[in-house]
Write a protein that binds this ligand. Sequence first.
Ligand code: ATP
Ligand code: MG
Length: 212
Amino acid sequence: MQTLKKQLLTLGAESAIYIVEYWGKTLALKWRPIKPYLHNEIDKLLRTSRTSRECKMLTFVRTLGVPTPAVHFVDISHHLIIMDFIEGQQLKQLVGVSSKKRIASLCHEFGKLLGIMHLSDVVHGDPTTSNVVVDTQSKMWLVDFGLAEKNATIEMKGVDIHLLRHTYETTHWDLQETMLESTMDGYIEVSGDAAEPVLARADEIRERGRYH
Ligand SMILES: Nc1ncnc2c1ncn2[C@@H]1O[C@H](COP(=O)(O)OP(=O)(O)OP(=O)(O)O)[C@@H](O)[C@H]1O
Ligand SMILES: [Mg+2]
């Protein structure tokens, strides 16, 4: 890692993303650094399990038809993954600079991708607009799979929808209705009857939250 020529792209809550030149390609390196405020062993366990999970799930969901960066290299003990670098912008950054029509169409696509995952009992775990990258050809990619899970229950899918709705309400409040409606249209289009219990559970989760 020290020997790689790298340029910092973002420093997130959990990780640092670098752009690296490797094997003659431009790739992204995601590294989960130590969190000094956590107990050492717990921190190590979390960083290891999230790195391993992210690597597996990035690859698994692609087989379902959800675009994710291809993983080229993983070093679990150093908590790093090298994957394709997607040149583009976060959906979060596009809101505010793109037309309402374009955002609606991107959200529709986001809903479809979530629907595809949920139909196969996979949850993303952190379905926010920062974890959606739209490339220069307008193709949508999902990233950040450290909290993703297989064999998801209705409750877990409901939490995914609840988190997404929460992001729209808190980060994109001025466009939240359009964004939510378009996302749900895409989600229902893919999920059919399977959507109903998940959306009902997401409402229940929201209600539970109100009384806590
Ligand atoms: N392979 C990639 N290609 C292009 N951009 C990427 C790639 N992976 C991550 N990013 C960008 O870096 C940001 C942070 O990465 P990621 O979400 O995986 O880490 P994180 O630790 O969860 O960060 P945060 O706490 O900010 O969500 C993403 O929101 C995305 O904009
Ligand atoms: Mg993220």
